[in-house]
Each structure stands twice: as structure tokens, then as C-alpha cells.
Design a protein around this ligand. Structure first.
Ligand code: SAH
Ligand code: SF4
Length: 364
């Protein structure tokens, strides 16, 4: 059954028109979904009972069933496992950034999934290790955000045990969205970007595109298409290595796109959009954390509007590499910065609940 979240406002409007309903009914439903975060037909009390019944017969209001929730020891990270209708499962992670810990303004960043599993096979990623199951629909992607929007919203709405151990306070909102959960967003391009556009819709959730970051393993044709479409969404590229041989050994999907081609596409993106590219780099001790790799990277991205986000590798069952220690990470960063490339070493988050980058994996 189609979920209501799968439809754009024009599509919903024309569907209702077929039923002889006026356009303002579509708007009422839209506001119910994206302003009030209603999740069941009963909550749409402004609609006539007969219309509610017809909607309930035709559309699925709950594409995701929260099946488990874990909160990190410090209460700052919450991970939810959602069951899909076909029995598959995905995860989404909310991370709170507190200004008192020195990370700037208070943020609540939501990390969402675009596929059940992933076909790209990156050796150090738990999602890659589980293989590909299927693409998510745009509605299944949007629904992850609406679940958290509702859970965070203050009001009489039931919020389950969301806040039990969590330090995320009621009445807050999602401030940033990262499309960095399970799956490769550019392998599911149309549904992912339809979801982004729906979240962005000024008549609905109105979530600013500039506060959304999408991360790709580096599928060049999709990067070029994304560049042409000129959205305000931020782009992150999983680079992890500065030469083709090393990169192919970590990211098998990279074999199809040599670094020179990938970096040329990134350069065009930065030039065309005026937006800064983020390069992601999971620091693996003795593999890609050397000053030589840093200098090689710097030479290849020289003059590009970019920065590097380095994160010590998170542990996963299927990969034996170790996270770079603090000193090695600092040396990598220093080598990049000496060559004029800004670099941030990111904190690892939610590791003990397997909510860190590359740790999302589900059975079934
Ligand atoms: N498929 C997309 C987005 C999801 S992964 C992509 O690969 O870009 C989000 C980020 O986590 C990517 O940069 C990915 O390379 C990184 N990652 C994967 N496994 C990791 C691990 N074990 N430790 C640290 N980062 C990891
Ligand atoms: Fe897929 Fe990204 Fe994991 Fe690679 S790192 S397997 S592209 S989710």
C-alpha cells in the first residue's frame, strides 16, 4: 500500500480531486502530516469522518514501526530500529550536540537511511557487510524524520519511552539531517532526492536544504546530475584514500570511478554551486592515516573549495582494521593543514550502541 508520505502535495491534491474533494482538503492533510506530525487517521479531526475512512482504506499511515530503541550511556545519542512492511528493517540515529561540550550551538542531528542494506560493499562498513536488500521509497525515508519530529515535539502527543534515558529534551526540533545512515543515497537517487524535496517543501515540514547533508561513496554520474540540479543540500564524499589502489581495496564500488574522475566531478560541483565539498576519511591505523596519504590528498584537491572530515574508524564485526590513535590522527590533520587543506577530527558517537558511522546493521 502506498504511504501518504510517498506523495508530493500536487500528487495528493490530484488524488483527492479524483475523489471529488476540494484542494483545501489536500492542504489540511499536508499540514496534519508535516506540521502536526499526525500518524493515524483519527488524529485528522478537521476532516470529515468519511474522508478519514477513505484515506485509511487507501493509504498506509505508518510505513515504519519502531521496534527497538537504544540510548547511549551519556544520553546524547538515540538509535531506533524500524521494521518495514515487508519485514526488512532499517535504523536512524539522533545525536544531540550540547554547546557546553564545546561543539558550538546546540544541535540535534538526525542520521537517516535510504536503503535496507547496501550494495557498495565497503569493507569496513557494517551495512556494506550485510549486502543489499532493497531501496527505500521516498515515503519510508521521509517517515524516519517525521517519527523523530513527533517524538521531539512538545505537546500531549504520546512519545513512547523516547526520553527515558535520553538527554534530548522535549519541545526541541531536529536541527540538521544527514543522509548517512544505511545505504548509498545516489544508488537510490530518485527516491532520496524526492524525500529531500518533500522535507524541504515550504508548505510542509519546511526543513532548510542547507541543513541537510548527503553523503555518497562517489558515484560520478550521480554527482554530476546532482550538480546540475543545483539544490542547496550539502554534499559529502566518502574518500578514505588518496590513490586508486588503496581506495579500491577499501571501497570496491570505487573501481568504476578512478579518483581523477571523481575529484574532477567534485571540483565542478564546488565551482558550479559555490558550495564547499566535504571529504570523509575514516582513519585506519597504518592503512590510510599516514602523512603521505594526507600530502597526496592535499596535492589532488589543491585549490578546491573543500575540507576533510576525519573520523577514527568505528569497529565492525567484519573488518579487522583498527582506529587510528589520537596522535596519528593529529599528525594526519597537521599534514593536511600544512598543505592548506582544512581538516576536522570528528568525535566518535554512540559506539557502544552501534550507532556510529558505518555501524548500522540489522538482521532479517
Ligand atoms: N553510503 C554513503 C553514506 C552512508 S555511510 C557513503 O558511504 O558515503 C556514512 C559515512 O560513514 C561514510 O563516509 C562511510 O564511508 C563512513 N563509514 C562507514 N563505515 C565506517 C566505519 N566503520 N567507521 C567510520 N566511518 C565509517
Ligand atoms: Fe554503503 Fe556507505 Fe557503507 Fe559503503 S560506507 S557500504 S556506500 S553505506
Amino acid at each position: 500500500m502506498t504511504t501518504l508520505y510517498d506523495l508530493s502535495l500536487p500528487a495528493l491534491t490530484s488524488r483527492l480531486a479524483e475523489w471529488g474533494e476540494p484542494a483545501y482538503r489536500a492542504r489540511q492533510i499536508w499540514e496534519g502530516l508535516y506540521r502536526h506530525f499526525y500518524q493515524s487517521p483519527d488524529e485528522f479531526s478537521a476532516l470529515p469522518r468519511s474522508l478519514r475512512a477513505r484515506l485509511a482504506e487507501t493509504f498506509d499511515f505508518a510505513p515504519l514501526t519502531p521496534a527497538a530503541q537504544l540510548t547511549s550511556r551519556d544520553g546524547q545519542t538515540v538509535k531506533t530500529l524500524f521494521r518495514l512492511h515487508d519485514g526488512r528493517a532499517i535504523e536512524a540515529v539522533l545525536m544531540k550536540y550540547d554547546p557546553s561540550t564545546g561543539s558550538g550551538r546546540s544541535r540535534r542531528t538526525l542520521c537517516i537511511s535510504t536503503q535496507a542494506g547496501c550494495a557498495m560493499g565497503c569493507v569496513f562498513c557494517a551495512t556494506g557487510q550485510m549486502g543489499f536488500q532493497r531501496h527505500l521509497t521516498s515515503g519510508e525515508i521521509v517517515a524516519q524524520v517525521m517519527y523523530y519530529a513527533r517524538a521531539l515535539q512538545t505537546s500531549a502527543l504520546q512519545t513512547s519511552e523516547f526520553f527515558e534515558n535520553s538527554e534530548v529534551s522535549r519541545g526541541s526540533r531536529v536541527t540538521n539531517i544527514v543522509v548517512m545512515g544505511m545505504g548509498e543515497p545516489f544508488h537510490n537517487y530518485d527516491n532520496t532526492l524526492a524525500a529531500v524535496d518533500r522535507l524541504n517543501d515550504p508548505d510542509g515540514y519546511n526543513f532548510g536544504a542547507r541543513r541537510i547533508t548527503l553523503s555518497t561513496v562517489g558515484l560520478v554520474p550521480a554527482i554530476r546530475r546532482f550538480t546540475q540540479e543545483r539544490r542547496q543540500v550539502n554534499l559529502a564524499i566518502s574518500l578514505h584514500a588518496a590513490d586508486d589502489a588503496l581506495r579500491a581495496s577499501l571501497l570496491p564500488a570505487a573501481k568504476a570511478y578512478p579518483l581523477d574522475e571523481l575529484l574532477a566531478a567534485c571540483r565542478d560541483y564546488a565551482q558550479t554551486t559555490g558550495r564547499r565539498v566535504t571529504f570523509e576519511w575514516a582513519l585506519i591505523e597504518g592503512v590510510n592515516d599516514t602523512p603521505e596519504q594526507a600530502r597526496l590528498l592535499a596535492s589532488k584537491v589543491k585549490g578546491m573549495l573543500c575540507h576533510v572530515n576525519a573520523i577514527p574508524l568505528n569497529p565492525t564485526e567484519g573488518y579487522r582494521g583498527q582506529a587510528a590513535g589520537r596522535e596519528r590522527a593529529e599528525r594526519f590533520k597537521a599534514a593536511l593543514e600544512q598543505a592548506g587543506i582544512p581538516c576536522t577530527i570528528r568525535l566518535r558517537r554512540g559506539i557502544e550502541i552501534q550507532a556510529g558511522c558505518g555501524q548500522l546493521v540489522v538482521q532479517g
